[in-house]
Write a protein that binds this ligand. Structure first.
Ligand SMILES: Cc1cc2nc3c(=O)[nH]c(=O)nc-3n(C[C@H](O)[C@H](O)[C@H](O)COP(=O)(O)OP(=O)(O)OC[C@H]3O[C@@H](n4cnc5c(N)ncnc54)[C@H](O)[C@@H]3O)c2cc1C
Length: 342
């Protein structure tokens, strides 16, 4: 066993930030994961709290070198593990590309993830922040997952309830932050599709595509078309998708805001609070299209912060601080970052 040392992470994060990891290794079996951990602890005096499990690096902002061990998850494999009258249960290795998994489902006519087409990253990160798009979240199709406890060195099963999913949240981002390596995820997919076209943009795109009969393939293509037209491709401009979460405010604050800002966008939630569009708030503060050196706010979608080339993680982070401060100042609303900061 050997761990690579002083490795650049530039090609391992979609922001394209140049930082270095003290130690780096990939693992494509649980045994390799265990060996790398043991070697790090026994021969490099490392400990489990300085280990970063990396997927596609599409939801990370590195603001400094990583002082520890980065373990890149490369666990492959997709298999049907169970079936009943209504559902099919598919287990995927944590290192399988998320969109590759979506395509597998579409080819096999397993419904439920078509609205989540083209989200970058790996299967293993999908429960981390309960990925979501166009009215669907991973919790809607999640069945169970297996994760390796980095300190206790055992494999633990998590049900949907155990994961405590919320809006871009799970137990892995909070209580168990940094404690587990997710090894595989089993999803429960529908044999008979229940189409979710509640987002106006999807229906408009389907009309444009002139699709006769609605299908999961058609919805997936519509989502791909919409995403490709408005989100920057990380291969061209470094980014991690939405940098901030859409904030939730109580109904009183929302009605005060409505009086002052006639065009404010708000979606009522079952809890009684109102979800605001973070992109709109940021745009109103004048940030859309802003650029300082190579750090900027994307000109087609203010929610996305971008690296035009040589921005440092610190510069992007400072830009996010300035955006948070100006949104707080103008609307009295505190934005929270969706992206994981290291
Ligand atoms: C252009 C673009 C569009 C995007 N659109 C969306 C969107 O619509 N909806 C959405 O929800 N997200 C979106 N994202 C964010 C991102 O794609 C998702 O959060 C994705 O799930 C991250 O996967 P990853 O493998 O790249 O995770 P990484 O960035 O590698 O990791 C993210 C976090 O999860 C942890 N982690 C990763 N894998 C494991 C594992 N196996 N075990 C334990 N911890 C792990 C990491 O340590 C880190 O803390 C977008 C990103 C981009 C660049």
């Amino acid at each position: 066993m050997n761990l690579a040392q002083n490795i650049s992470l530039k090609n391992y994060n979609s922001f394209g930030i140049e930082v270095y990891a003290n130690y780096f290794s990939g693992f494509s079996t649980v045994l390799q994961l265990q060996e790398a951990l043991d070697y790090y602890v026994n021969f490099k005096a490392g400990n489990a709290s300085s280990i970063l499990i990396l997927g596609g690096g599409s939801n990370i902002l590195f603001t400094k070198n990583y002082e520890g061990l980065v373990l890149k998850n490369e666990l492959e494999g997709i298999e049907v593990v169970q079936e009943d009258d209504n559902f099919i249960y598919v287990k995927a290795g944590a290192g399988v590309g998320w969109h590759q998994f979506v395509l597998y489902c579409i080819q096999n006519n397993f419904a439920g993830v078509e609205n989540l087409s083209l989200i970058p990253g790996k299967v293993g990160a999908s429960p981390m922040q309960n990925i979501g798009a166009y009215g669907v979240e991973i919790k809607d199709v999640f069945y169970t997952l297996e994760a390796y406890h980095l300190q206790e060195k055992n494999i633990v099963q998590f049900t949907c309830e155990d994961c405590n999913f919320g809006y871009r949240e799970s137990v892995f981002k909070n209580k168990y932050k940094g404690q587990f390596a997710i090894l595989s995820v089993t999803y429960r997919l529908n044999k008979t599709a229940v189409f979710n076209t509640s987002y106006g943009a999807i229906t408009q795109e389907l009309d444009k595509m002139n699709i006769g009969t609605l299908s999961i393939k058609g919805i997936s293509q519509a989502v791909i078309n919409i995403r490709s037209s408005k989100l920057p491709d990380p291969a061209v401009i470094g980014n991690a998708g939405s940098f901030f979460k859409n904030p939730e405010v109580d109904a009183n604050l929302f009605s005060l805001l409505q009086k002052e800002f006639k065009n404010i966008v708000g979606y009522p939630l079952p809890s009684g609070s109102v979800k605001l569009a973070a992109g709109w708030l940021i745009e109103q503060c004048g940030w859309k299209g802003y650029r300082k050196a190579d750090a900027g706010c994307f000109d087609k979608q203010a929610l996305v912060l971008v690296n035009y080339g040589k921005a440092t993680g610190k510069e992007i982070y400072e830009l996010s601080e300035a955006i948070i401060a100006s949104v707080k100042n103008k609307f009295n609303v505190l934005l929270q970052r969706e992206v994981n900061i290291f």
